[in-house]
Design a protein around this ligand. Structure first.
Ligand SMILES: [Zn+2]
Length: 287
């Protein structure tokens, strides 16, 4: 489903009074997702029809960050701490003050530290009417299973408008390393072992930093392929097809194995190991 369709179905569930009390939103674009969720929060509490320029009292308060019925938290430093969660549990004990719903939003919910996560879990276990939690993450494996099981999970997968945004790199990195990375992926997928050995030996003569940058891109390409296998989450634009089709292997287990191997090579190279030996090792373990 496209993001705007998921978004509309969520808004609809509020209007029909059968919305979940806790949402876990899994996304590939945290910033865009955050903006879309803010929009949903405003619309479901709007006194009128929810249009963007609405100036009803609820929308006015919300747009000026003064809504007493909305709490928005994100990591404080590297994690989300228990006192941040306590802000929710202590403030949301009465009925909503002026809105229909009291809504708390936890951005990057995978960064809840363990104490904070457990505090939140207790709160989720005893849902009260009118209180809605929305957790956003781009790393669903970082969410405690006990929290996840109490949430309704939605996927906000955004389409990328160009290759640079899909790979999340600058034009400079693209110019310098993309072709090499594509060549490596192609050769990993297509060459016989002895040819691959020979080819990677040549690559190992490059500067250490260049090898690192190239392999980071190789890793991204494999990750895109893997995520596509898992969620079919990328659009069918030509540039995504190109990347996905570089890798014919569709087996998820194999793809994880390949991703782990590339990760290991990146770690070894960045730890100053012998480049020739490290890339030889890649050719040997690669299947
Ligand atoms: Zn309004």
């Amino acid at each position: 489903m496209k993001v705007h369709e998921v978004k509309n179905s969520i808004i609809e569930s509020f209007h029909e009074n059968n919305n979940p009390h806790a949402f876990l939103i899994y996304t590939n674009n945290l910033d865009q997702c955050y903006r879309d969720i803010l929009d949903i929060v405003r619309i479901v509490n709007c006194n009128e029809d929810g249009r963007e320029e609405c100036e009803c009292s609820a929308c006015k308060l919300f747009k000026s960050n003064n809504s007493p019925d909305f709490i928005d938290i994100k990591p404080d430093g590297k994690d989300i701490k228990v006192n941040q969660v306590e802000k929710i549990t202590s403030q949301f004990i009465t009925k909503p003050l002026i809105n229909k719903y009291q809504i708390y939003l936890i951005n990057e919910a995978d960064k809840l530290n363990i104490v904070a996560a457990n505090k939140l879990l207790k709160f989720l276990e005893e849902p009260s009417e009118g209180i809605v939690g929305i957790l956003i993450t781009d790393n669903i494996r970082g969410i405690l299973p006990t929290i996840k099981s109490r949430c309704t999970v939605f996927n906000f997968n955004y389409e990328f408008t160009n290759l640079l945004s899909l790979l999340n790199i600058t034009e400079e990195v693209f110019e310098k390393y993309y072709l090499d990375a594509v060549q490596i992926v192609y050769n990993l997928e297509n060459l016989e072992k002895y040819q691959l050995l020979k080819y990677l030996k040549d690559i190992s003569k490059k500067e250490r930093n260049d090898i690192l940058e190239i392999f980071k891109l190789v890793l991204k390409i494999y990750t895109i392929k893997f995520e596509n296998r898992l969620h079919s989450c990328y659009n069918e634009l030509e540039f995504t097809e190109q990347i996905i089709n570089l890798i014919q292997d569709d087996d998820e287990y194999n793809l994880v194995k390949k991703i782990n191997n590339i990760n290991m090579i990146i770690n070894l190279i960045s730890n100053n190991t012998n480049r020739d030996l490290t890339l030889t090792r890649l050719a040997v373990i690669w299947e």
